[in-house]
Design a protein around this ligand. Structure first.
Ligand code: ADP
Ligand code: MG
Length: 259
């Protein structure tokens, strides 16, 4: 269960939206068309993603569900513009990312995509506050913008009282909350989380999923995450079932049975 404590603001962060945007129907934040990826190991080709068509809807909580080795990390890395497909097209936030140069792709990624990792990846010498602030510093955000946004993010993840703790002084669940806040620091269009609950006990994992779900609505942002645990279907809006690099089915909440 997510802690509905005094620091967790409910409802929407309206300052992050503008009314004309609200009025328009939003296109999907990511569209994958016939995406393929093959790794080359010594002289052997290892096809890993074998023709995937999928989309990540605006302000939706999407999970890629599949067993270990099914290609989840490979798929998320391509959506996150960390890796490129061999074939097919990926459009993120309206941009054909395959057409960008490496430099342009790095800029695009930093501006549009937030990342959450299985092992949190926080900088150990920085406090919770500073870890969240760090991507804004890298982006050259003004002191005023940082002072405005970081406390808001800390509050949204229920950690206002831990602002000055180092990662080593936080529990696993609290570290992942910091990582969620950090991923949102630059107001991305899409947040990607590869097995974000894999290093957490099931109760803490469930609270992290509930928090991410809440962030989708509160910050009007899309989240896509991966998991091998069917339990997560309950928390997601959309579930993409992946097996051996192929989509077995896509389930939208409230529609149809899971394959
Ligand atoms: P998942 O995240 O679902 O466990 P991955 O995307 O990590 O799946 O891996 C899918 C398949 O691709 C696995 O069989 C894995 O061994 C293989 N694979 C992943 N990365 C590489 C790589 N860099 N080189 C060769 N094979 C890889
Ligand atoms: Mg993986």
């Amino acid at each position: 269960m997510v802690r509905q404590g005094k620091q967790l603001h409910l409802g929407r962060d309206v300052s992050d939206n503008n009314s004309s945007e609200q009025a328009t129907a939003h296109p999907p934040v990511a569209v994958l068309t016939q995406v393929e990826k093959t790794y080359h190991l010594d002289a052997i080709d290892v096809p890993v993603i074998k023709g995937v068509n999928a989309l990540v809807r605006h302000a939706c909580f999407t999970v890629v569900l599949g067993p270990s080795g099914s290609g989840k990390t490979t798929l998320l890395n391509m959506i996150g513009c960390i890796d490129k497909p061999d074939k097919g097209e990926i459009v993120v936030a309206g941009c054909k990312v395959g057409e960008l140069s490496d430099d342009a792709l790095s800029d695009f990624r930093a501006k549009n995509i937030g990342f959450i990792f299985q092992n949190f990846n926080l900088l150990p010498v920085l406090s919770a506050y500073e870890n969240i602030e760090y991507p804004m510093l890298l982006a050259g955000a003004s002191a005023k913008k940082r002072a405005d946004r970081v406390p808001k993010l800390l509050s949204a993840v229920g950690l206002s009282d831990k602002a000055h703790n180092l990662p080593g002084q936080l529990s696993g669940g609290q570290r992942q909350r910091v990582a969620i806040a950090r991923a949102l620091a630059r107001k991305p269009k899409l947040v990607i989380a590869d097995e974000p609950t894999a290093n957490l006990d099931s109760q803490t994992g469930a609270s992290i999923l509930a928090l991410m779900r809440h962030m989708v609505e509160y910050f009007d942002v899309s989240f896509i995450f991966s998991s091998h645990d069917r339990e997560v279907i309950k928390a997601a809006d959309d579930t993409i079932f992946l097996k051996d690099g192929l989509i077995q089915g896509i389930r939208r909440k409230g529609q149809g049975a899971a394959p």
